[in-house]
Design a protein around this ligand. Structure first.
Ligand code: MTE
Ligand code: MO
Length: 348
């Protein structure tokens, strides 16, 4: 049987989500990883001999790294779940503009690269080094017409931000940011600048469209800039089996899913068949490590025929519990609502 294709939401720029079946493996294969682009993917792959990673701004000395120089630095591999903040948008009861993601705007990958910290230490920081801005290639298309630049606080840059050049053991595919992308671990995809070429250390957050207008959580009528910046991934669980509206046989039914909470570990996942009146604990069936989602399963005995709604609820180690309804906002970001992610099945 042929593998199902991704669901393309827009072709240019490319925005696409994998079939839900592809989210059933703990590691997401490169070909099944979602695509999210504000602009065009570089038509010709960046020439690795020409490419430099420039580190500038509030540093003691500007540095230009060649790709081989970065390969010689200590290599780290990290398993990290990357989710687009718009994931789950189409599941909000109220419509929000943007790509109509269901649950597939997320994937878990073995990233290989170098710590941003190592590079910043080589450049040398000073008391004005407060934020780190990432600039990537990528021709702007569509409404915004501006470059994709994002900045993160220096603390995050020094603690847990990877500069990745490998995705599941392969060089980063062109559409996923070849030759390098920034990955603030456990944070939403918007912070993961692809086709990275310049790092600017700044004394304040970078100001621009993708910092101040897009990727802010605000309500209609509110000034976007007063909203919270999209940063760390919120606690969430998804059901990957059965599929929405699937027909299942009476008897034993295997329920599978993933749970993740960005920087925090998941402590439990529970399942409900009665709209949240009673909960049953699911079992973890994958490795459980920081920044990576955990796979869970629940073996359900479906006793009666008819339509049943399956709910899943994740809790992280800090006690954050997935809410019944996601916090609706103008751009439809960060939907982690339990009800919005319920799966209805028909028992025969
Ligand atoms: N240069 C650049 N980097 C980018 C983007 C972009 O449009 N241009 N999109 C961001 C967003 S919103 C997400 S969710 C992720 C998506 O990465 P992917 O296409 O590899 O899934 O890349 C981020 N990095
Ligand atoms: Mo995103």
């Amino acid at each position: 049987m042929d593998a199902k294709q991704k669901r393309v939401m827009t072709q240019n720029p490319l925005n696409a989500e994998p079939p839900i079946e592809d989210l059933r493996s703990w590691i997401t294969p490169n070909r099944s990883f979602f695509n999210r682009n504000q602009g065009a993917i570089p038509e010709d792959m960046i020439d690795i001999n020409e490419w430099r990673l420039t580190v500038t701004g509030e540093v003691n000395k500007q540095l230009d790294f060649t790709f081989p120089e970065l390969l010689e630095m200590p290599k780290v591999t990290v398993i990290n779940t990357l989710e687009c903040s718009g994931n789950g948008r189409s599941l909000f009861k109220e419509k929000a503009p943007g790509n109509p993601w269901t649950i597939g705007g997320v994937g878990n990958v073995v990233w290989g690269g170098v710590w941003l910290k190592d590079i910043l230490m080589m450049a040398g920081l000073n008391s004005h080094s407060r934020h780190v801005a990432f600039e990537g290639f990528g021709k702007p298309v569509g409404g915004s017409g501006v470059d994709f630049i994002r900045s993160i606080p220096i603390e995050k840059a020094l603690q847990s931000t990877l500069l990745a050049y490998e995705m599941n053991g392969e060089p980063l595919p062109n559409e996923h940011g070849y030759p390098m992308r920034a990955i603030p671990l456990g944070w939403y995809g918007a912070n993961s600048v692809k086709w990275l070429c310049k790092i600017v250390v700044m004394d304040k957050p970078y100001e621009g469209y993708f910092m101040d207008k897009a990727y802010r959580i605000f309500q209609k009528g509110q000034d976007p800039k007063t909203g919270e910046v999209v940063k760390d991934i919120k606690v969430k669980s998804i059901i990957t089996k059965p599929l929405m509206n699937e027909t299942v046989q009476k008897g034993n039914v295997l329920i599978l899913g993933m749970a993740y909470a960005g920087e925090n570990d998941i402590s439990k996942v529970e399942i409900s068949f009665d709209d949240g009146k009673s909960w049953h604990e699911a079992e973890f069936i994958s490795p459980k490590i920081q920044y990576a989602w955990v796979q869970w399963r629940y073996l359900w005995t479906a006793n009666s025929e008819g339509q049943i709604k399956i709910l899943s609820r994740a809790t992280d180690v800090l006690g954050n519990v997935q809410p019944f309804e996601g916090n609706y906002n103008a751009h439809g970001y960060c939907n982690n609502g339990i009800l919005d992610h319920a799966v209805t099945v028909h028992v025969r």
